[in-house]
Design a binder for this molecule. Sequence first.
Ligand code: SF4
Length: 354
Amino acid sequence: MRALASRIVEFYRRERRDLPWRRTGDPYAIWVSEIMLQQTRVATVIPYWERWMARFPSVGALAAAPLDDVLAAWAGLGYYSRARNLHAGARWVAEERGGELPRTAGDLRAVPGIGPYTAGAIASIAWGERAPLVDGNVARVLARVRGLDEDVKSTAGQKRIWAEAGALMAALPATMAPGDLNQGLMELGATVCTPTAPACLTCPLSGPCVARADGRQDELPRLPARKAAADLRELASVALWIERKGAVLFARRPAGGLYGGLWELPQGDDAAAAARAVGVKLRGATRAIGEHRQVLTHRRLRIALARATVVGAPRADGTYTAVRWCDAAAAARELGVSSATSALLALGKAPRRR
Ligand code: SF4
């Protein structure tokens, strides 16, 4: 284990990519980067992270910002629950700890939204604690190098991977930084031991790697079978394009649940229900604009977009928590909107360009 840990750190020192959050020891900046990097590629994250740090340079600045500003700064990164959790976590740290993040992985777990992975990342990189971490990249590398047959997403598999990561960290030579070991594992997973085409010929772990010795790189890590898109439950709805004086009506979903806290075009099971959801009635028939389909992890979305004229003053009636008019072109910049809403906005704007 000691030799394995050393190889990983040496690889990291030699090959590490120069990323902006690697030039800082600020735990808040590392926290932000780690949350953004979950489910999003490095190249996409870089400009978002730089803008975020300029706009919310500290825990206090983020805690003081309205949620709308935070969601708008996140717009385009997707999985908005990450932004909401980051904001809630910053508020907790500001209120409970005067803006200072806890200094150990164990104490970091008390911050809302910080799980074992993020706690390990912040504690090892910012504070130099021997705290292990496991994400998808790390699980893949460890499962292959150690030849682990468990489903890495199962409880038993997670336990095993965390134990392996902990043993590796415990074996790290005292002259090496725990943060370099964790980042080395993540870097290997991102750049060498990739899901479909691991570069075993140039990999620094090819000697001790069990998967390579057994020719099982394609079999490991074992993952649970994914449901085919056709087997996922379909959510069908109608979204209304209601325009007044060049602005379009948006409604905000309640916090929690799918797309919680985000703005969208009013939606319902049918056009009348969508109008009712914002306290108005349809005047005449709607005009179909198009349809957006999207496959999410657990369901499929099918949203029909229709242009509607309505009677009454829009208001939030409980289905939504707020309504507002906004220029369609500016919405993605000014409001937090999901990728589905971005697609609907593109559909709605398209006919007018013809
Ligand atoms: S030798 Fe191949 S399978 Fe093993 S860790 Fe390296 S890249 Fe991954």
